[in-house]
Design a protein around this ligand. Structure first.
Ligand SMILES: [Zn+2]
Length: 259
């Protein structure tokens, strides 16, 4: 099911004991914790792609405090995963959402992220899923129609590739930050819905939409964790205890049927 990520190759990878190889001899390691690293040398050399260790640790503490549990519940509800599902999480981070959904439903889960640190953490915590380090912005390294569902939770979006790896009767769940997400820390928000619909236009059509929101009283340490986990923190004053809104727009898409 995994394909060679080398440009103009994309042949099926065959699994050996500690590596995967394609018929052209491109070879990729299976790491000690069981994940597969499909980054190519020029991608590996770029400094710390994706999440840093500090951002990962901060986000994990927020999950462990249960702050994101209502968001997980809403995502799982909209996705409606069944044991027969095969789900791809594109930009899975440390695997919290995919690992939890697979744990709850027993479906098959495959997570891809460009951050080796994130995938290493996911593989240790959720060994029931398959975890892959890859740059899914360019190529999602799976055969056509591999998945019954694709999810992208506040992550990058690759409409053409999501469509290619999704079955014709599959579904795509995209979660984007809502305008009031972290509004107390950001100061202002923006509505990303129109741009997201535009991104998927021609490949997917909107089948449903639902907000998912929760508020939590956070102490200063937890506020610091939220700031660490943001990609572009706006405020610079030291964190203090605050009530903070976590808010997503969940967009459910169906594939447009091929002509
Ligand atoms: Zn190859």
């Amino acid at each position: 099911m995994l394909l060679c990520p080398v440009r103009n190759c994309h042949l099926a990878l065959v699994r050996e004991a500690r590596r995967l190889v394609c018929p052209r001899g491109h070879s990729f390691d299976v790491a000690r914790h069981g994940y597969i690293n499909l980054l190519q040398p020029q991608e590996r050399s770029s400094r710390q792609p994706g999440d840093t260790e500090a951002a990962l640790a901060s986000r994990r503490r927020l999950h462990q405090r249960g702050i994101t549990a209502p968001l997980l519940e809403a995502i799982a509800d909209v996705l409606g995963a069944k044991p027969a599902d095969v789900i791809l999480d594109a930009g899975c981070g440390d695997g919290f959402y995919l690992g939890s959904i697979v744990g709850q439903t027993g479906c098959a889960g495959h997570g891809v992220d460009i951050s080796t640190a994130a995938i290493d953490a996911a593989a240790k915590r959720y060994p029931a899923c398959e975890w892959v380090v890859a740059n899914a912005d360019r190529f999602v390294p799976y055969a056509d129609r591999s998945f019954s569902a694709v999810i992208s939770i506040t992550a990058r979006m690759n409409a053409g590739e999501f469509r290619r790896v999704l079955r014709d009767n599959g579904r795509l769940l995209v979660a984007i930050p809502a305008p009031d997400d972290l509004i107390e820390l950001r100061g202002r928000g923006r509505d990303r819905t129109a741009r997201t619909l535009e991104t998927f236009w021609g490949h997917f059509q909107l089948a449903g939409r639902r907000p998912a929101s929760t508020r939590a009283h956070l102490d200063a340490a937890a506020v610091q964790d939220v700031l660490n986990s943001m990609y572009r923190p706006l405020r610079r004053q030291p964190p203090q205890a605050a009530e903070v809104t976590f808010s997503l727009d969940l967009l459910l898409f169906c594939p447009v049927k091929p002509a």
